[in-house]
Design a protein around this ligand. Structure first.
Ligand code: TRP
Length: 328
């Protein structure tokens, strides 16, 4: 039997290149080796967007199509709508008994997200989302979770909850999930911001057309000390260079050398990058066009995956309840 992967995205808008290099790329690479579950995290989307349910609703299909467009094969992966799997909600309740409020309060990702959203007080649901994320991962007994580095504190909590559960109830019911970090560091925003983010207005979306991608790249922030093409550049502080490293690795060293020598201008360097991004994204666009004109097929993929997830999750809940002696 193949080992299992579970990973997913909050359905709070379209996915971007940061998601691609952080997690989507590894999902595609591993889908044949692992039995892969992709979660459309619409409940977790509510933790910050509960006042905007129509965005969440629209994003369920958007995020599903984003995942399919990068090459996840619906014949082998299981696409799951979180809110439609009762086991996830049930497990969340049980795990919440094993998690202290202080552990959650000190979680660095929770802290920085709370600061980003301007929360000085938090809802119970927001504070507890790493607990429900543990339910996401364990309902299908996933072995491996490919995520970006901001998810490490949550995965560490998940591992702790699993160990505590198995230890306390003397059961080998749950599997301690392994974290799989992308080999690509967090993608900077083209505007020079330390992070690409939907809420930061600096994202290149997987659904952007070629023209939009070129325009975004052409307006990217480069080394401010370079006025003329012949001025020596500092690739280590240039966002365009950082992108070449990720999306144009074979030419990266050469581009840095030429930039330092003032032998290549920023415009040419940006045109080259835009071309590389569009070459990467053209196959995404082709698949997207297919799925966008076959929305019923996308809905069916989600329905089939969710049904399978419900069956798998019910079995896990049964084992969990039995271990906790709440089964009559
Ligand atoms: N919290 C993740 C994020 O913000 C999304 C997510 C929800 C997730 N459930 C998950 C990731 C389970 C991995 C496993 O990106």
């Amino acid at each position: 039997m193949k080992k299992r992967i579970l990973t997913g995205d909050r359905t709070t808008g379209k996915l971007h290149l940061g998601h691609y290099v952080g997690s989507l790329q590894s999902r595609v690479a591993l889908q044949h080796e692992y039995d892969t579950f992709i979660l459309l995290a619409d409940v977790q989307a509510l933790t910050t967007h509960f006042e905007n349910p129509s965005l969440i609703h629209q994003s369920i299909l958007d995020v599903a199509i984003d995942n399919l467009s990068v090459g996840l094969d619906p014949n082998i992966v299981t696409v799951v709508q979180q809110s439609a799997v009762p086991a996830i909600a049930e497990l969340t309740i049980f795990y919440s008994m094993l998690t202290t409020v202080n552990t959650l309060r000190h979680n660095p990702t929770i802290k920085s997200e709370a600061a980003n959203y301007g929360y000085d007080d938090m809802t119970y649901g927001f504070l507890g989302y790493p607990v429900s994320q543990t339910a996401d991962i364990t309902f299908c007994k996933a072995h491996l979770v490919p995520v970006g580095e901001d998810q490490i504190p949550h995965l560490e909590l998940s591992r702790k909850i699993v160990r505590r559960f198995n230890d306390l109830y003397q059961a080998e019911v749950l599997i301690e999930p392994q974290i799989m970090l992308s080999n690509c560091p967090r993608l900077v925003g083209l505007d020079g911001n330390a992070k690409m983010g939907k809420s930061l207005g600096n994202a290149v979306y997987l659904s952007d057309d070629a023209d939009t991608v070129s325009k975004k790249v052409m307006s990217a922030v480069t080394d401010p000390s370079r006025i003329a093409k012949t001025d020596p550049g500092h690739p280590e502080i240039c966002t365009v260079c950082a992108y070449h490293k990720v999306f144009n690795a074979p030419e990266y060293e050469d581009i840095c050398t030429q930039c330092r020598a003032g032998a290549i201008g920023c415009v040419a360097c940006k045109r080259n990058l835009a071309k590389k991004l569009n070459d990467l994204m053209d196959p995404f666009r082709e698949r997207r066009a297919y799925y966008e004109s076959h929305l019923d097929e996308v809905k069916q993929i989600i329905a089939t995956g969710t049904e399978k997830a419900c069956a798998v999750g019910n079995e896990t809940v049964r084992e969990v309840k039995s271990a906790m002696s709440v089964l009559l």
